[in-house]
Every structure is written in structure tokens, then in C-alpha cells.
Unconditional design. Structure first.
Length: 500
């Protein structure tokens, strides 16, 4: 599938993110091992690849509990694609070992369409599941071991995303019928949702958007202004007519609400260059919006400047930042740095914490070309220029998962350390980046991967993977890569509050 803020503790959001209270020498107790320092400690390193047990799935969402409760540090992954419907796994040892999968949304008639997971400020785990005509939101109060019966929200839903902020919980999604972004709001921790409001503003002075909007993952809350922010990509009416049913997605807009989601304004984030017949494609679903602890905004997206020639215009990952709360945006910065600017980079995600501290992840290959293998839309597809072959081809490129880390992402020339997060390739050949209009392309990995950051500043990545043999058998598994050493980014702001 495509896919009223109450008072927050302002001081907690802006608290220093680093440091652990030192034990005095007079106590006679040895001081604990030093925590990782942002930007220090060399290149990030990862432990052995972990395959989540007992089930299959792809496009996993990852959430880490940073609440000031006894459950802090618990980690959660949800995914779809298994015959048992949406599944949740939990880990209580920093991602080293994982539970058997826990099915949720057990009564959904068409369960398993899309899923997402979030941890609330009280340690409750929230999971969302798409049932096509609505989304079901379930709450777990026992660290993911079981979920309640849930509540239905988000009518005409496609690709729901969860955001949890205490009593206020948001489901932000793409309305499948209206083709517009919508935000539903709960004021009781996700048990009931009282309003669903369209966030789309078709203001011609701001936006060339037609319907056909795709949400850029979860709604983000500004901890300094308390505004709600929902990013989406779109195509134009002319492009939709030229490439039915929908044209290429290459422009990004920010829907922003300062009254708790009742009304929304539109801000331009990025508009691609379509001059001289260029055919940019920057959806490569999904884009991402994040806000750091000081209210700086970060937009991440991937794609090609001109799909007519992806060898000369490789699929890259780009980061764009705003230091005025989303009103204006800088120029996109290319994050991936392969030899000679080559390679192909798709389905990225990011996590941000304190100003400039960013982890970005993506699927990458050293081969350069069109990852989808075929161009066009579901109703009109043809071979691409430099299209990747299917996994059965001996020349099919191998894909790995990459991480790029920065602690100065707000600077004019940010520096990123790029590493491979998994030693063994997780996929071969085509990767579709066009969602439900993939057609004959390979969508076995579905549409995204996820990264989350723990209270040590270490990255944890969940992604779908399959060997050639597994793909031939119709199998895709959820993998986890845990950072275990090297440099780190600053921990999330919530980690500054001592756990009770």
C-alpha cells in the first residue's frame, strides 16, 4: 500500500541529551563504562544479522521504548506479509534476541494490509493495522506480549502511520478514495479517535499538487512550538493524465497545524526540476519527516533526477533541512557516497535526535540503473533504460543495507560516515519503488525499512530480506541489524528523564 496536542514537558524536550550521573570516588563503587560519544569512537559497527523467528514479513516498522518507566529499552518490530496477518516481535535485550511473533488485529476481516508501531510516553505499545476500509489501532500494556481488541479509525484508509504523545495519539494516512492526506486524533491514548481532518491544501499559490498524494511516513510534533507536521509527496494533474492512473511523484509539501489538527496550512518543501523533458521520480516510497529536540526539521527522500537515463542520474538519497520550523527549506544534500557517485539507493529512512544528529538507512547496491526494471504505471509498463534484471538473472545486482551517520547535518556541508550494516546481501535484482502500481516489478520487500535509536545513541535497523532460494519459494523474512560499537548520535531527548 502507498501508503489537540496537550502540554508537553518543554524542559524535558530541551534537556541535555548526554551524560550519566557519575559515581563519586568516595562511594567505593566503580564508575560504569563510558557511554558512546556523539561523533566519536570511529565508524559505526554492527553485530551479526538477526532474522526474527517464527514468521515472515516485510516493510517492518521499528520502535524503541524511551519512556521514563521500567520498560525503557524494550524494542518492538511489526511487519506484514505473513499468512497469520500482521505480526509483532519484542526484544528486551537491545535487539539481540526476539520473542515469537505476536499476531494482532485478530478480528480484522482484511487484516495485514499495512502496519506501524509506536511506544507511548507511559511505555504502552501501539500497533496499527490496515483493513482497507479502516485502520485498527491496538494497545499493549504488557510490553508487546498481548494487545487489546483495538478501535477502528481512519476511514478509506491507505498506509496509516502512528505518532504517540501521551494522551494524544495520531493516525496520519493517505485517503484511498479522495487521494489526500488525513490525520485522525485520539485524546485518550489511542483508545478512541474523535476527529479525522483532511490535511491537504490545494492552494495553487503554494502547490501544483493534484490528488495522488503519498504520505511521507509518520506525523511529527515540533517540541518547541507543539505544531503538528505531516509531509507528503504528489504529482500534478497533467502528469496523472499522461501516465494513468497516476504520474511520477517528485514534489514534497508540508501540512502544518498549530491548533491541534483542526486546520492545516501548506508549505513547499521541494519541487523537482522538470525542464527540458526531465522525468524526475523522488517518491521511492516512502519519504520521511523528522523534527529534532530544538525544533529543526529534516526531510528525507530518494530517487532520480531523470528516469530517462538513471545511469547518468543515479537513484540517490537526499536530506533537506529547515531551521525555521518548516517555513523555508535549504537545498537537498546527497547522503550516499559511493565511488564516482555511482550505485543505486532506495527506500530510505532516518532517525534524528538532537540538532544535527542523524542516522539514515537505505537499501543500496554498487550497480547503477533503474531498480524497478520496468518503467511506467500499472496499466502501461515497458522496459526501462538500464533496468535491473530479475533475481533469477545471473547478473542480478546484490543489495545490502547501509547506514550513514552525521552529527552536523544542519551545517552547510554536513559530513556523513557511511557503512554497510549487514555483511551478507539481503536481496538480488529488481526492487520496486512504486508501491501498489509496481506491476511486474519485484515487490517482495514491499515499500520501506526502518531505523530507531536507543538511549545509548545506537542505531537499530529492521528490513526485509530474501535470498534467491527464499524468493523462489515466495519467502521474505524480517531482519534486524543492531549497532554495537563505534560512533553514535545523541540519544533521544526522552532519555534525559530518569526511568522510574
Amino acid at each position: 500500500m502507498h501508503t489537540r496536542l496537550r502540554s508537553l514537558d518543554r524542559l524535558a524536550c530541551l534537556a541535555l541529551l548526554l551524560g550519566v550521573a557519575a559515581v563519586t570516588a568516595s562511594s567505593g563503587v566503580s564508575a560504569p563504562a563510558a557511554k558512546p560519544k556523539p561523533g566519536g569512537g570511529g565508524t559505526p559497527s554492527f553485530g551479526a544479522d538477526v532474522v526474527l523467528p517464527g514468521g515472515q514479513g516485510a516493510e517492518p516498522s521499528y520502535a524503541i521504548d524511551t519512556s521514563p518507566t521500567a520498560s525503557r529499552g524494550s524494542e518492538y518490530v511489526v511487519a506484514i506479509g505473513d499468512s497469520n496477518g500482521p505480526l509483532e516481535w519484542h526484544s528486551y535485550d537491545a535487539g539481540k534476541s526476539w520473542s515469537a511473533p505476536v499476531p494482532f488485529d485478530l478480528g480484522g476481516p482484511l487484516r495485514g494490509g499495512d502496519s506501524d508501531v509506536a511506544v507511548n510516553t507511559n511505555g504502552n505499545v501501539l500497533a496499527a493495522d490496515l483493513n482497507v476500509s479502516w485502520t485498527s489501532v491496538q494497545v499493549s500494556t504488557d510490553r508487546g506480549q498481548s494487545f487489546d481488541a483495538g478501535t477502528q479509525t481512519a476511514p478509506e484508509d491507505d498506509r496509516p502511520w502512528l505518532t504517540a504523545a501521551g494522551q494524544n495519539v495520531y493516525v496520519a494516512y493517505h485517503d484511498f478514495v479522495g487521494e489526500v492526506p488525513v490525520v485522525c486524533t485520539s485524546h485518550d491514548g489511542g483508545h478512541t479517535f474523535v476527529t479525522c481532518v483532511q490535511a491537504f491544501g490545494a492552494d495553487s499559490s503554494v502547490s501544483d499538487c493534484a490528488e495522488n498524494t503519498v504520505p511521507a511516513r509518520a506525523l511529527a510534533i515540533d517540541p518547541t512550538t507543539f505544531s503538528l507536521n505531516f509531509l507528503y509527496s504528489c504529482s500534478t494533474a497533467a502528469e496523472n493524465a499522461q501516465h494513468p492512473p497516476y504520474g511520477p511523484l517528485h514534489d514534497y509539501y508540508l501540512a502544518q497545524s498549530t491548533d491541534g489538527g483542526l486546520t492545516w496550512t501548506t508549505h513547499t518543501v521541494f519541487k523537482a526540476d522538470t525542464s527540458n523533458g526531465k522525468t524526475p521520480n523522488y517518491a521511492n516510497i516512502f519519504g520521511t519527516l523528522a523534527v529534532d529536540s530544538a525544533g529543526n526539521y529534516y526531510t528525507l527522500f530518494a530517487g532520480t533526477a531523470d528516469d530517462r537515463d538513471p545511469v547518468k542520474n543515479p537513484y540517490h538519497v537526499y536530506l533537506e533541512v529547515s531551521t525555521d520550523h518548516g517555513q523555508t527549506w535549504g537545498k537537498p544534500v546527497q547522503i550516499d557516497h559511493d565511488a564516482n557517485g555511482a550505485g543505486t539507493h532506495v527506500l530510505p529512512h532516518l532517525a534524528v535526535t538532537s540538532p544535527g544528529n542523524v542516522d539514515v538507512v537505505w537499501y543500496g547496491t554498487t550497480a547503477t540503473g533503474e531498480p524497478n526494471g520496468v518503467c511506467g504505471t500499472l496499466v502501461s509498463q515497458s522496459p526501462c533504460s538500464a533496468g535491473f534484471p530479475p533475481y533469477t538473472d545471473p547478473s542480478a545486482p546484490a543489495w545490502n543495507v547501509y547506514l550513514a551517520q552525521s552529527t552536523n547535518a544542519l551545517s552547510a556541508k554536513p559530513a556523513f560516515r557511511q557503512v554497510v550494516a549487514n555483511a551478507t546481501p539481503t536481496h538480488y535484482g529488481e526492487i520496486c519503488t512504486n508501491g501498489i502500481v509496481c506491476g511486474s516489478s519485484d515487490r517482495s520487500l514491499l515499500d520501506f525499512i526502518s531505523v530507531s535509536v536507543d538511549c545509548d545513541g545506537f542505531a537499530h535497523i529492521a528490513y526485509g530480506g530474501n535470498t534467491k532460494e527464499q524468493e523462489a519459494a515466495g519467502e521474505t523474512y524480517v531482519h534486524v541489524a543492531n549497532q554495537v560499537g563505534g560512533s553514535a548520535i545523541a540519544p533521544p531527548a526522552a532519555c534525559a528523564t530518569p526511568a522510574g
